[in-house]
Ligand binder design. Structure first.
Ligand code: FDP
Length: 313
């Protein structure tokens, strides 16, 4: 980290300045700042309450788009116009979009994760992974940057370019200013977020949950991947799982759009992420919709999950 003038307070440091101080590549800075700008429009759409049920009209008789479709368009437009993006894959689309042959970065994103929570006014988010080059189907360990934006009571952005994990909050001018730098996770946690139906858990996962309960871990689950991971990261401890289920051995969450960016961020903060048998960032993606089970958070809790899964399935 750069030494700053004495008296500089975090809220004086905006996202662009932070990236500049870290001497990030100009084009990478551009990509991250374009995404940050796009999120202003996404949060505006969420807050104005036009929930957007696809195919319906709004107050003015205009056709409305579902919020996830709208968020996808907003992000795509900014990334395409940035001039520095080679290809794009969005969770909302079934195809990879080739954008610019000379672009330096390939971007994968989930524009509005947890969109089923919008109508009940719970927090949702955008998740982004950035690779050098144009190949979208890369292992997560090749990521050069990852970030997420959490649309909660506050709008926050958490990013890493491989030099620690940093949190920003959107101010009244809709600019992101620094909240904290170099977030670190404790090796063991006292909260857990279990996705999926418990009566579909395999013996290994059931034993894991019992062991977490026995060590006093408290249940903290919102049903949104971004707020659930954000809670674990910002509290600096805990375990999120969306495991393999008896009728869904691949789990639910997508490797490209959800798991790799979050695994990158959690590892950068000193945590771990596994599918129970293998590090998430080492998994070779087979397709853009590749799904994997996940155990992510404090290192010792992830190791405990691996032990139970490997021993009992
Ligand atoms: P959603 O379907 O509402 O978009 O991957 C999406 C996700 O939500 C995650 O945000 C969340 O962790 C998970 O799915 C919840 O899945 P269940 O509906 O199976 O509980």
């Amino acid at each position: 980290m750069v030494a700053r003038e004495p008296g500089t307070t975090p809220f004086q440091i905006d996202l662009r300045r932070h990236l500049r101080e870290n001497e990030e590549d100009r084009d990478l800075t551009r990509v991250i700042c374009e995404i940050a700008t796009a999120s202003r429009y996404v949060i505006h759409s969420i807050r104005t309450g036009e929930l957007g049920v696809a195919g319906t009209s709004n107050l003015y008789g205009e056709e409305q788009l579902a919020l996830d479709v709208l968020s996808d368009r907003i992000l795509r437009k900014r990334l395409v116009h940035s001039g520095v993006v080679s290809s794009i894959a969005s969770e909302e689309s079934s195809e990879i979009l080739s954008v610019n042959l000379t672009g330096k970065y390939a971007v994968v994103y989930d524009p509005l994760d947890g969109s089923s929570l919008v109508d009940v006014n719970l927090a949702v988010g955008t998740i982004v992974g950035i690779y050098r080059g144009e190949d979208i189907l890369q292992r997560g360990r090749n990521l050069v940057a990852a970030l997420y934006i959490l649309y909660g009571p506050r709008c926050t952005l958490v990013y890493s370019t491989g030099n620690g994990v940093h949190e920003f909050a959107m101010n009244a001018l809709m600019e992101y200013t620094l909240v904290q730098e170099n977030i670190r996770m404790k090796p063991s946690g006292t909260i857990y977020s279990p996705g999926g139906q418990r009566n579909k858990y395999t013996p290994g996962v059931e034993k894991l949950v019992q062991a977490l309960e026995a060590k006093g871990s408290k249940l903290r689950y919102s049903g949104g991947f971004v707020p659930d991971i954000n809670q674990i990261l910002i509290k600096g401890q805990g375990l999120f799982l969306y495991p393999h289920l008896q009728d869904k051995p691949e789990g639910k969450l997508r490797l490209l759009y959800e798991l790799n960016p979050m695994a990158f961020l959690i590892e950068q903060a000193g945590g771990a992420a596994s599918n129970g048998r293998e590090r998430i960032l080492d998994i070779d993606p087979k397709a853009i919709d590749h799904r994997e089970p996940v155990f992510i958070g404090s290192k010792e809790d992830v190791a405990m999950a691996e032990k139970f899964v490997q021993e009992f399935g």
